[in-house]
Design a protein around this ligand. Structure first.
Ligand code: FPP
Length: 251
């Protein structure tokens, strides 16, 4: 694993990684266990992903922990996911502090049970001055829903004459998204073999590189993340420019 890590170039680390953590249910099924067993083990992979980002100096990690659609899952599964969240936050607060990690959330926090909101608010408040890694949990998050909110909030400003229509630009939209203080996503990772975006950060991934792996989330460990980063470093990001233009910029 150290050999793998040593191959990673320090000057080509993605600034912002977003992960769709998929495959917990299938992982459990393969082991003849209930789905929630997969989620419990998925928490260990969350910890490894956070540690890996810390070790590599990645500044922003955003995890799709619960989508607006996930409310339709069986009640027991939703309940277990919520209590896993609370217990993980309680358990990991010290580690977040020790490693200088700042927690925030994106999504409709108000939809979450009060106990979860309370725990989240506490951890967000206690870690707000941390500066090493910005960890964002997407909870009751849906990208279309986020965009609807942006349009509502911008429209209100226009109606109140606080903003002129001509002033609306990409920057203004960025500043109204849940992700307002985060940079664009550089690298989007999805586990479990599914190759879709599932309503995650549609605006923010405009120029992101994508990485899809068959590995199920509970099996996605440090070495899997390091391998994903190595692949990122072999990609050429052109942002609409030609290869020659990019080479000139890098000269
Ligand atoms: C997708 O697997 C996973 C989720 C919907 C939840 C992810 C949650 C965790 C890893 C645990 C809690 C998180 C934190 C941040 C402590 P799936 O259930 O869709 O799997 P399947 O596609 O195989 O059914």
């Amino acid at each position: 694993m150290d050999i793998l890590k040593a191959q990673i170039l320090k000057n080509k680390i993605p600034q912002h990684i977003a992960i769709i953590m998929d495959g917990n249910g299938r992982w459990a099924k393969l082991k003849n266990k209930p789905r929630v067993y997969g989620h419990k083990n998925g928490v260990n992979s969350v910890r490894e992903a956070i540690e890996s980002c810390g070790e590599l100096g990645i500044k922003y990690l955003t995890l799709y922990a619960f989508s607006t659609e996930n409310w339709n899952r069986p009640k027991l599964e939703v309940k277990t996911l919520m209590s896993l969240l609370v217990s993980s936050l309680k358990k990991e607060l010290k580690t977040l502090q020790k490693n200088n990690i700042k927690l925030r959330t994106i999504g409709n926090l108000n939809d979450l049970p009060k106990s979860v909101q309370k725990e989240l608010i506490e951890v967000i408040e206690k870690t707000k001055n941390n500066t090493a890694l910005n960890l964002t949990l997407a909870l009751s998050y849906g990208s279309r829903d986020e965009i609807v909110n942006v349009i509502r909030n911008i429209s209100k400003k226009v109606v109140n004459n606080d903003l002129a229509i001509e002033e609306i630009n990409e920057n203004i939209i960025n500043n109204h998204l849940y992700t307002f203080s985060l940079p664009d996503v550089d690298y989007l990772i999805r586990t479990s073999g599914e190759k879709r975006i599932s309503n995650f950060l549609l605006w923010q991934i405009a120029y992101a590189e994508m990485y899809f792996t068959d590995t199920l989330w509970p099996d996605f460990k440090k070495e899997n993340l390091f391998n994903a980063i190595l692949e990122y470093q072999n990609r050429e990001r052109r942002f609409g420019k030609t290869s020659e233009q990019i080479e000139k910029i890098n000269e």
